[in-house]
Structure formats: C-alpha cells, structure tokens
Design a protein. Structure first.
Length: 135
C-alpha cells in the first residue's frame, strides 16, 4: 500500500497537459497616447469577458499587456505563427498612420517569463513603437 500512493501521485502529475500563457505587450516610446484595440480568435476568447475586443490607452513612455491567452503546450517561440491566436490588432496615434509592420515577427522581442515542470509557462512578445513608426 505504501508503494501505491507515490505511484498514483506520480501518474496524476505526469498525465496533466502542460499549459502556456502568451502575453502580448506594447511599449510606447512616443510622446503621444496610443490607442490599441485587439481581438482574439474565437477559440481563445474567455467566456467571462463582456466584450471580445480589448481596448487599451497607452500613455507615453509606458508599456502594458494588450492581450493574453492560454493554451496547451510549453514555452517556445512560435516563429511566424506567433499571432495565430489573435484576430486583429489596431494601433492609433492621433491622426497619424502606423507604418511599422506589426504582423512581422522580426518586430517583436520574445522572452520566456516563467517555465518549469509544475508551473504554467508564461511567454511575452514585446513590440516597441516610436514616433518614427508613424507617418
């Protein structure tokens, strides 16, 4: 009996699917307020949210999470598919147009925030926007 309990505990912990939370952060390096709207793909939306569109006002020289979602898997850079969970991202600054390609993976910095055997992994994709990114 003493051997069965540790074996059952080991089976429970090893049979769980690992999870990862993907966080998308924008850093505002401009002198103006940025208005950002994002919408997750249907399968990643939370049923607890009243609206499927996240709206953020980002003050100058600040950074914030514009959206995040969890999925089954481990922390890894998704490469060109890094925005697969996001349907839309819109960035506005006064009457200026964003010219930086925010859908290009090269414009985002990737970092693992948390990873471990018994932890939910967390990763971050960071987009830095400066005034030269707008016309």
């Amino acid at each position: 009996m003493k051997r069965i309990v540790p074996i059952l505990i080991l089976i429970v912990f090893t049979s769980c699917d690992p999870g990862v939370v993907n966080k998308y952060v924008v850093e505002n390096q401009t002198d103006s307020v940025l208005r950002i709207e994002s919408k997750l793909n249907f399968v990643h939306r939370s049923v607890n949210k009243k609206d499927s569109v996240d709206k953020v006002e980002l003050k100058p020289e600040a950074a914030t999470i514009i959206t995040e979602y969890g999925e089954i898997g481990r922390a890894h850079d998704k490469g060109e598919g890094f925005l697969s969970g996001i349907d839309t991202i819109i960035v506005k600054m006064n009457n200026r147009t964003l010219i930086k390609d925010i859908y290009d993976r090269k414009n985002w910095e990737y970092k693992v925030l948390k990873s471990g055997t018994f932890l939910t992994d967390e990763v971050e994709y960071l987009l830095k926007l400066s005034k030269t990114d707008f016309e």
